[in-house]
Design a protein around this ligand. Structure first.
Ligand code: GLU
Length: 419
């Protein structure tokens, strides 16, 4: 038992042990690589609109301080606990190492049901959370970003709160900010764009014409909606999308731009069309070319993995596939091409890195430059993953995570154990 014990951290630990076994990492070296270096729990009191005081529990886990500053998003959701945040932080470490960013992984979150907060309360909570963490973060210590339940506005409040305490504007303290407040062009789209870019590359390599391909997308937040828009740009037909409460299915193809506009205006997927409503529980098993889980971790367990009917599984969410599901997918390698999460959704943190670099230099890039560099990094990591999977005769996930874990291990070993 550790403070992180729970289903999500246990899943991350099991995944790590598969990699550690593959790499032959001795047992006494494993905890040094896996266990988070620092975890901070804070109480965030705010004034509610009715005059009462409410206290929310917040966390920040800095998994790995060896590689440079830590980097990762902040999640505002009712599921958030220290174990989930720690698991997400470890995945950030393997992801950053795989794609070659000078960061260790981190993640943060607040346990909160956003549907019960007014905009003023959300601002108060965002500011108080950042204020509580000021002693532990910094542009060269730990750089936050958006994740589930947070967005550009929340990042602007984080940045403003930190800056007010420093007495100057410190844009480089968070990424994913609005473009006109030190954000970068292409950050909002970056994760979904990367998912679509890699899925597009895979379907081309499988000799499937994009015009003949279909996609199903679970989750229609920032990542899912941009993945849908970008896949559509490539010519892929999006036949189904869902969020946590509803799903839409149209074998003729959904009008994604209209759906994005509808969700932005109404805040609801369900009200887009009654005729196209579909059971969200059935979504993942629809036959399609590309399946994009872009919602929560552990959406695909062993039973679900056996039922998938996609050709490509493009993991846009963090940790959507359990280790038991991986065993099933390993047997289905010839049927389903897996683009594992640490690679598939890494476009987000790659462009966050570009945002941080631009803020530090106060030199801003064109969107085309951001996209060109994002795709270059994704292509390189994809090539490395494929050759490693072939050389070691392992799954794409094992190959991708092994590359990340190996870099972390090598850096820890060459730096040595202090004192
Ligand atoms: N929350 C995103 C992720 O899971 C982005 C993190 C970042 O941009 O730092 O990768």
């Amino acid at each position: 038992m550790t403070v992180y014990s729970g289903p999500v951290f246990e899943m991350a630990a099991r995944q790590f042990n598969v990699i550690a076994d593959h790499l032959g990492i001795p047992l006494d070296e494993r905890d040094r690589i896996l266990m988070p270096k620092r975890s901070i729990t804070v109480s965030c009191p705010i004034h509610r609109d009715d005059g009462t005081v409410a206290v929310f529990e917040g966390y920040r886990v800095q998994h790995l301080l060896t590689m440079g500053p830590t980097k990762g998003g902040t999640r505002f959701a009712p599921s958030v606990d220290i174990g989930e945040v720690a698991a997400l932080a470890t995945w950030m470490s393997w992801k950053c190492a795989l794609v070659g960013l000078p960061y260790g992984g981190a993640k943060g979150g607040v346990n909160v049901d956003l549907s019960k907060l007014s905009r003023r309360e959300l601002e108060a909570l965002s500011r108080r959370y950042m204020q509580e963490l000021i002693p532990f973060v910094g542009p060269h210590t730990d750089v936050m970003a958006p994740d589930m339940g947070t967005n550009e506005q929340v990042m602007a409040w984080f940045m403003d709160t930190y800056s007010m305490y420093q007495g100057r504007t410190v844009t480089e303290i968070v990424t994913g900010k609005p473009v006109f407040s030190g954000g970068t062009l292409g950050r909002r789209e970056a994760t979904g764009r990367g998912v679509a870019y890699l899925a597009g590359r895979v379907i081309k390599e499988l000799n499937i014409a994009p015009g003949d391909a279909t996609a199903v997308i679970q989750g229609f937040g920032n990542v899912g909606s941009h993945a849908a828009l970008e896949l559509r740009q490539l010519g892929v037909k999006i036949i189904a999308v869902s969020n946590s409460t509803s799903a839409l299915y149209d074998p003729a193809g959904l009008d994604i731009p209209a759906l994005v506009r509808h969700v932005a205006a109404q805040g609801s997927l369900a009200t887009f069309s009654r005729e196209l409503a579909f059971d969200p529980a059935e979504l993942l098993t629809l036959p399609c070319t590309v399946l994009v889980p872009a919602a929560r971790e552990r959406a695909i367990d062993a039973t679900m993995a056996a039922k998938l009917r996609c050709r490509v599984l493009a993991e846009a969410a963090n940790g959507p596939t359990t280790p038991e599901a991986d065993l099933v997918l390993d047997k289905r390698q010839d049927e389903i091409f897996v683009i594992p999460d640490v690679l598939c959704n890494s476009g987000g943190v790659i462009v966050s890195y570009f945002e941080w670099v631009q803020d530090l230099q106060q030199l801003f890039w064109e969107e085309g430059e951001v996209m060109r560099r994002e795709y270059q990094i994704l292509d390189r990591a994809f090539d490395q993953m494929l050759s490693r999977a072939r050389a070691d005769n392992v799954s794409h996930r094992t190959a991708a995570m092994a590359i990340g874990v190996e870099k972390v291990r090598a850096t820890k070993n060459v730096r040595g154990l202090f004192p």
